[in-house]
Design a protein around this ligand. Structure first.
Ligand code: NAP
Length: 684
């Protein structure tokens, strides 16, 4: 016991002597069970002794020195780093937590395998809460589980905010990378984060990540990240100033700032607007202000460095056809002479109209560019297209070229997946489980997973979430799959479920028992749908749901719904088959950056005979040597519609995955498009 206390004292003393704070690993090794707080061990100015087990010419030596110097990782003792040791999930969480300046977490999620007050507990809570590292099902985090290379890269990618990545990983074993890790690995590869880690261009995704490799990964991430930041424009800077009372304009302003690497400034009213203030035609505050051209609501605080900006993007909602009067206050508060101003507004239906010219009159010395209206939920890529179309000072377009992030959701037929606007990757063919129950359901889902299907669609209303969860868990065990390999969608139903959304959402999670759900949809519009969606948004914040979506929502429903929610849905699931094609609705949804998924792809039970026997479809099938079902599913995929055919027949299930070795010609697509009868096979 005395020996333990002494060695602990020495370890702590040695840590304080080194350049950095002690790593989670070394505190753990020296003091397991003591509750010592690594954050309290501060750095000192003495130079650190070299690590005896890190040869100066080792490929990771520079990375380890960098991470040590930055205080991100340090040795297992003052003279050893043990670069070959594997890194546990808790350790990786601790490293990233430290990279984020060790934020504290209120109301942390509890994990049965995480010891409260331990060296990792804050980091684990932070990681789970932010979604950087999710817990497993059954309330565990996997504190001591090793981290595989693909997991580690995915975790870093999530930490980086799920940056968009396109193209296919060029590593020789790309095919063995799990679907959920593909985007992350591609991103890491393109950004040089894997430099040094690839032997013979192999990534070895399932191998355990070693400490030296983690140091290398972080070193390349941090140094490349820093170096890839565009230099500030040589003269003048860009500001994005916006007012957003209901959070509709905010995301668009954030996109613009991000695309242009501009500064963001929120125009905050001194007296914030309440819901009652904003209620139209009640002679409430907004009504009165908008009716009074002289109204100038006060702004809280001011922008000290307005003189630094040459270009100002000005975002606002449209209230009664005009910009809110607080925008007038803003324009009159500064000398904007000679600055370029680019207005943009958000509105459900009105255009930018005279708000534009009326505002220009308040800043007549400015170079005023034509403004534009955007609908709520407008995607980053639309904003980017707009910015590219503007006649901006030269240095701005140059900065813009460096950034381009999100794009329209494009199907990747090699990875058989699509990247959602939430940043997660989703397979583009799956299994629908409506009408599958009991053992049939378990067997069908397992058969699908064994055939390579990685997307399963269920719903509370199908009454089979327990079976789906059981099948997924069993398949993970039997097929060696990980939770992240499988994408599970469920839905909550109108009526009592949407009236009590927190309870219903939790019930879905409990029935599935998979730790988190990849996507949750509102099954149908309902009088409580906004409230239910907002509850789902909270579960996203808590990391229990990863992406959100809607089902049976069409243009009008979307127009009404989107302005009322914060997270743009990642997916809309609607009835789509050759006899009911939704040709007006699909492009509308896709233009919003939302992925479309078709239910009843084969016409639905009771209708499949006619559709599969359709002369046009069977003729095309014959020409390609495939089945009618495959032709219909492929037609959907070529229209960028995700397919979830339902089946309990293992042969059909397998057949429905074989969609990537043939392609329909434009003529064949046109022939199937001509089959549309606007014939819905269900009422919703
Ligand atoms: P579906 O996929 O259009 O058709 C299923 C029928 O097709 C089954 O009878 C199945 O029979 C047969 N089938 C499947 N693959 C076949 C193949 N290769 N060759 C011949 N027949 C084949 O209809 P669904 O299952 O009702 O709908 C698909 C999924 O969409 C549902 O499972 C559910 O997840 C979702 N959905 C959502 C909503 C909503 O409101 N959001 C509504 C309805 C459905 P076997 O079992 O014999 O293969």
């Amino acid at each position: 016991m005395k020996k333990h206390v002494l060695s602990l004292f020495i370890a702590v003393w040695l840590c304080t002597l080194t350049m950095t704070s002690c790593s989670a690993a070394e505190i753990s090794a020296a003091s397991s069970g003591t509750g010592l707080d690594s954050a309290k061990l501060t750095s000192e100015s003495q130079p650190a002794a070299p690590f005896l087990d890190v040869p100066v010419d080792a490929w990771y030596a520079e990375a380890i020195a960098y991470c040590r110097q930055k205080g991100i990782m340090s040795g297992t003792t003052s003279t050893t780093f043990v670069p070959e040791a594997t890194l546990t999930r808790a350790m990786l969480a601790a490293v990233l937590h430290r990279m984020s300046d060790t934020p504290t977490v209120s109301d942390p999620p509890a994990f049965t395998d995480a010891v409260a007050g331990s060296w990792y507990s804050d980091a684990v809570s932070w990681a789970a809460k932010t979604g950087v590292v999710s817990g497993y099902g059954g309330g565990t985090f996997g504190v001591n589980d090793p981290t595989t290379r693909e997991q580690a890269v995915t975790i870093l990618w999530r930490y980086a905010g799920n940056p968009e990545s396109t193209g296919t990983a060029g590593v020789s074993d790309a095919a063995s990378i799990s679907t959920w890790a593909q985007a992350a690995v591609r991103w890491a590869e393109v950004n040089g984060i894997l430099d040094g880690m690839l032997e013979n261009n192999r990534f070895d995704p399932k191998a355990n990540m070693k400490r030296g490799e983690v140091a290398s990964m972080l070193y390349h991430y941090l140094s490349n990240n820093a170096s890839s930041q565009p230099e500030p424009a040589a003269s003048g800077r860009t500001l994005v100033a916006y007012f957003s009372a209901t959070n509709t304009t905010r995301p668009l302003a954030e996109y613009v700032a991000d695309i242009l690497r501009a500064d963001l400034y929120e125009i905050v009213p001194e007296d914030p607007y309440t819901d009652a203030d904003l209620a139209y035609y009640t002679n409430g505050r907004a009504d009165r202000e908008q009716n009074d051209p002289a109204a100038r609501p006060a702004i809280s605080g001011s922008l000290e460095n307005m003189a630094d900006y040459d270009v100002i993007f000005l975002g606002y909602p449209i209230w009664h056809g005009q910009a809110p009067r607080i925008i007038s206050t803003f324009l009159e508060s500064y000398d904007l002479t000679g600055k370029t101003i680019v207005p943009f507004c958000t509105s459900h239906s009105s255009g930018i109209g005279s708000s534009d010219s009326n505002l220009h009159a308040l800043a007549s010395g400015a170079n005023w560019l034509a403004g534009r209206r955007f609908a709520s939920g407008t995607t980053r890529s639309t904003m980017e297209d707009w910015i590219n179309s503007l006649d901006l000072p030269e240095q701005l377009t140059a900065v813009d070229a460096v950034t381009s992030a999100a794009g329209k959701a494009a199907f990747n037929f090699e990875t058989k997946s699509v990247t959602l606007n939430s940043g997660y990757e989703m397979p583009i063919n799956g299994l629908g489980t409506y009408s599958l129950h009991g053992e049939t359901c378990v067997d069908s889902v397992k058969s699908a997973l064994a055939s390579g299907v990685r997307l399963i669609d269920t719903a509370s209303a199908y009454g089979n979430e327990e079976e789906v969860g059981q099948a997924v868990r069993e398949a993970m065990e039997e097929l060696g799959l990980q939770r992240e390999d499988i994408f599970v969608i469920t839905k909550i139903y109108p009526g009592s479920e949407m009236a009590n959304p927190e309870q219903s959402i939790q019930a879905c999670l409990d029935r599935l028992d998979l730790g988190y759900v990849d996507m949750m949809l509102l099954h149908h519009p309902d009088r409580n749908d906004v409230k239910a969606y907002q509850a789902m948004e909270k579960f996203v914040e808590d990391g229990k749901i990863r992406s959100l979506g809607l089902s049976n929502w069409y243009v009008k429903e979307l127009e009404e719904f989107l302005p009322q929610v914060s997270i743009t849905p990642a997916l809309v699931q609607n009835e789509i088959h050759p006899y009911y094609q939704e040709n007006d609705v699909i492009p509308y949804i896709q233009d919003l950056g939302i992925v479309v998924q078709g239910w009843y792809p084969l016409g639905g039970r009771g209708h499949t005979g006619e559709l599969l026997g359709d002369e046009v479809i069977s003729g095309i099938a014959k020409a390609h040597g495939v089945s009618s079902a495959q032709v219909i599913l492929r037609w959907n995929l070529q229209k960028s519609v995700v397919v979830i055919p339902g089946s309990s027949n293992p042969d059909h299930i397998k057949e429905n995955t074989e969609l990537y070795d043939f392609a329909l010609t434009d003529k064949e697509m046109a022939k199937i498009n001509a089959l549309d009868r606007n014939e819905k096979h269900d009422w919703y």
